[in-house]
Design a protein around this ligand. Structure first.
Ligand SMILES: Cc1ncc(CO)c(N)n1
Length: 221
């Protein structure tokens, strides 16, 4: 049986490709992305991750059993740990944690994080993990692709540390846990009648991911 995630990804293939092969991603891969775009993105991504961790906390609340509660809690901690990369890079640019935390959220950051939180608040844990999945699984796919591309981990690429983080074992493990979690919750909750709504949640989240890259490119606030 194909996993629910694979089915969603293939039914939203055009939107998925626009996300994982966005010009921002290609620029990370070959090192041509402008430094201001990357910095703008990374500060917003820190703010994104804090709200995303809160979405996992909704998962803790919505968990149907203790196993899922533990997994959601572990996911929340993994997302909070991911912010170390952000704070380390920001510190290298002279930006303190206080400066990052006092930056206003961009509209793209608000749109994506509140969309995911609302999907979880309104629905059950399956709706929530479907809304969360493009984030974790998509970045793992992007990290692997860029690391394999030749220019990605080249010493000359200023974004090699970023690529290494998402291509690394730690993050790949977070993505695998997320896929396993979707399959466990699908076994509990998925019915044929629910699929169209789940696909809509997934597709919207994927489109919001692409908008997030675009916000970085455009330096949009
Ligand atoms: C916008 C966004 N999506 C996914 C990830 C991966 O955790 C991230 N850091 N930021």
């Amino acid at each position: 049986m194909t996993s629910l995630f694979e089915r969603l990804k293939s039914d939203a293939a055009a939107d998925w490709d626009a996300y994982v092969r966005h010009p921002f991603v290609l620029g990370l891969g070959d090192g041509t992305l402008s430094r201001p775009s990357f910095q703008h993105y990374l500060v917003q991504d820190y703010l994104f991750l804090i709200e995303f961790a809160r979405a996992y906390a909704i998962g803790v609340y919505k968990a149907p059993n203790a196993l899922e509660m533990r997994k959601a809690s572990a996911g929340m901690h993994a997302i909070l740990d991911e912010t170390s990369l952000h704070l380390k890079l920001c510190a290298e640019w002279g930006l303190s944690q206080e400066a990052v935390e006092s930056t206003a959220e961009a509209r793209a950051t608000i749109a994506y994080t509140r969309f995911v939180q609302e999907a979880g608040l309104r629905g059950d844990m399956l709706d929530l993990v479907v809304a969360l999945s493009p984030c974790v699984v998509g970045y793992a796919e992007i990290g692997t692709d860029l690391a394999a591309a030749g220019t990605g981990l080249d010493g000359a690429n200023p974004y090699a540390a970023w690529i290494r983080e998402y291509a690394g074992e730690g993050y790949q493990g977070v993505a695998e846990a997320s896929l396993a979690q979707i399959d466990r919750l699908a076994a509990l909750y998925l019915t044929q009648a629910r699929y169209p709504r789940l696909l809509e949640i997934f597709r919207q989240a994927v489109r919001l991911e692409a908008d997030f890259w675009q916000m970085g490119l455009d330096l949009a606030d």
